[in-house]
Design a protein around this ligand. Sequence first.
Ligand SMILES: CC/C=C(/N=C/c1c(COP(=O)(O)O)cnc(C)c1O)C(=O)O
Length: 387
Amino acid sequence: SKFGAYGGAYVAESLVQCLNELEEAYIKASQDPEFWKEYESMFEYIGRPSSLYYADRLTEHFGGAKIWLKREDLNHTGSHKLNNAIGQILLAKRLGKTRIIAETGAGQHGVATATVCAKFGMECVVYMGAEDVRRQEMNVFRMKMLGATVVPCTSGTQTLKDAVNEAMREWVTRLDTTHYLIGSAIGPHPFPTIVRDFQRVIGREIKQQLAEKAGKLPDVVVACVGGGSNAIGTFYDFIPDETVRLIGVEAGGHGVNTTLHSATLSKGVPGVVHGAASYIIQDEGGQLIPTHSISAGLDYNSVGPEHAYLKDLGRAEYMVADDIECLTAFRLTTQLEGIIPALESSHGLWGGFQVAKSLPKDKDVVICLSGNGAKDVEEVLLTLKKK
Ligand SMILES: CC/C=C(/N=C/c1c(COP(=O)(O)O)cnc(C)c1O)C(=O)O
């Protein structure tokens, strides 16, 4: 249940039994070929395998290594989030739950959760910071259209961490009927392990696809890091391949020399929040301090414990892209490849571009394009108008 000193389950007594039940159910399911068959039978619904697209114009523009995009934005609902939502609702069914709650920031996880609840006939309640309800309004419409109840959270900074707080607070009162379908590789054990196992299909497909297309392993794989699920899913099957560099890109917001960022691994400190030991953006007293990112899905005080572990091991490297760099990558990808990326993914794109331009042409850099940017175009226009 630990990733080195990180991970664990630092929760109130009232949650321990439910987490043990979840862990037991997951261990049984993960050892049951029928479970994985059922999970993989839903790949058609998700649209898997997602394509590994060679971005020839971005490659030419930067003049260095070949840039490949892993198109998780083309999945049903528009991001990688459905990979995890499908797996967890199958678990919830095995646990006999009838009701699902979730947190969301960018609204992508909320939409993915509402989608699987519609598909599998379960009640769905999604907690979402009021600020994120405003900046990801299109996804709020989609969640409601899919039959979910969206609960705006007005505590704290009214963003992702506040939604997690409220979801956990409610979950502990409804453990018998309700599964908390967590949206990233965060939270108390066994959540980070479960979410990683449902996202590792990303890296497994990349490995197979690049072997087919280029007859080799990637030299670098890059992904943005919010809670860390698309990144750990991209990295996990490459961890044993020492020649493959693993690079996570966090949100630099207004700059890491300000307090308004979400660069947890670069500027945070070890601590405990939302049931897990990891890196945290907090003050000396251990209180969460307000974070900022132009992208709601990266605007979070902590990060998955497995990333904290990979960082300390030196197996993965973590960079930062600030709001401006994110917007630059957003524009370049849109105007050179005709692909509008989510603002979250744009952080990974920026990081991948910087690495690609520093490498020779015979190298291959794969960037996980975690989501579609349709949800962000209004916010981007608003931001550009303020310039
Ligand atoms: C679970 C809270 C995070 C959300 N989204 C995060 C997100 C992220 C960051 O989440 P992780 O992959 O878990 O680091 C990356 N790309 C897209 C398109 C995202 O929507 C959400 O609510 O949709």
